[in-house]
Design a protein around this ligand. Structure first.
Ligand code: CA
Ligand code: CA
Length: 354
């Protein structure tokens, strides 16, 4: 009888695991292929060969690139090289990406930058907020951008128990930001398990020197985050649920869910087109290819533009799509004055004139 019960329980467990496995394949869109959507005037950016996971552009056309992200579960083309921040002046005719110097006293050897966000204070000081994973831990670094010297002055490292697995941030003050956690746990095995079991335990956290709190939760895996041009709404990408959430910002900085836009792709970082307020989304059409890297069958790239997200029927258009022959694993797309930059998780980056 005991054996029969054990066998039945084993059978149920295997059936459940099988079901979770199939569900995970769907969440990863493991069988999806993309049709190419080409743009005529594009070239790969020199000097970016091991990922530019996030890109943020200032209103004056200076673009920041977070490069060289490493993660235990991800492929890397430069596993021994620390990451960095590159800058490109999009006002130039043939802009080049140059590495910014970082002030002494900051541990550059362990720099592993992920999501970034710029913030311009009322006195015109420009701050760059960077999610960092030194030794795969989680911190948020705040830098002051010194334009004349092409350098970043390190001001502060933030660590907090509510920031166990940070992916991206949106700065809303000189030391104030919203951050997404893409996992609930920080331990690699528990991270894997929570994803496999689809627990929906990930969240968005508000951080300020006086108050740190969870402001939205229940995401499968919260990833890219950004703010509407009028600063009223926060957009959050749930990568494995293929959703973009629109949340309304309250005076106490809490967020209330307004709507969810369902898409057919894994949504990574979100950027705002300053000329229209449209959302540009760096997407992974097939997450299986992204996480299990095979150079013969590489991950593809896809960039979507979302117009009028608050309306009843937002318009979603594919701006760019490629099967991986040119660009693998697009994670972000940002525009400035008819110029489009597309970054990737661990591959190259593309510069296009629209
Ligand atoms: Ca970002
Ligand atoms: Ca991301």
């Amino acid at each position: 009888m005991g054996r029969l019960l054990a066998l039945s329980l084993l059978g149920i467990a295997l059936a459940l695991l099988g079901e979770r496995f199939l569900a995970l394949r769907n969440r990863l869109k493991a069988s999806r292929e993309v049709e190419s959507v080409d743009l005529p005037n594009c070239h790969l950016i020199k000097g970016i060969e091991a990922g530019a996971e996030d890109i943020d552009i200032l209103p004056n056309g200076l673009a920041f690139f977070s490069v060289g992200l490493k993660c235990p579960s991800l492929h890397s083309f430069a596993p021994d090289k620390p990451g960095g921040i590159l800058m490109m002046d999009l006002n130039e005719e043939n802009p080049r990406a140059l590495e910014l110097r970082i002030s002494r006293g900051f541990n550059l050897a362990l720099f592993n930058p992920h999501g970034i966000s710029t913030f311009i204070d009322s006195d015109d000081t420009v701050y760059l907020f960077v999610v960092n994973h030194p030794e795969f831990k989680n911190t948020v670094e705040i830098f002051k951008f010194e334009e004349e010297e092409n350098s970043l002055l390190h001001l502060k490292t933030i660590k907090h128990e509510l920031l166990p697995s940070v992916n991206d941030i949106i700065a809303v003050g000189p030391e104030h930001f919203y951050a997404t956690n893409d996992h609930y746990f920080s331990d690699p095995f528990l991270k894997y398990l929570e994803t496999y079991l689809n627990l929906h335990w990930t969240n968005v956290v508000y951080y300020s020197p006086n108050e740190v709190k969870v402001v939205a939760e229940g995401f499968d895996s919260a990833n890219g985050i950004n703010i509407s041009p009028d600063k009223k709404y926060i957009y959050v990408a749930d990568i494995l649920a293929h959703e973009i959430h629109v949340l309304e910002k309250q005076p106490n900085m809490n967020l209330t869910q307004l709507k969810v836009l369902k898409l057919d792709t894994l949504v990574d970082n979100l950027s705002i087109d300053p000329s229209s307020g449209d959302i540009l989304v760096g997407c992974h059409p097939n997450g299986q290819k992204l996480f299990v890297y095979d150079p013969k069958n590489p991950p593809s790239s896809e960039v979507l533009r979302i117009q009028n997200i608050l309306s009843e029927k937002p318009t979603v258009t594919t701006v760019y799509a490629n099967n991986g022959s040119v660009l693998q694993g697009s994670s972000v797309a940002s525009v400035y004055d008819k110029k489009l930059l597309i970054g990737t998780l661990y591959h190259r980056a593309l510069y296009c004139e629209l």
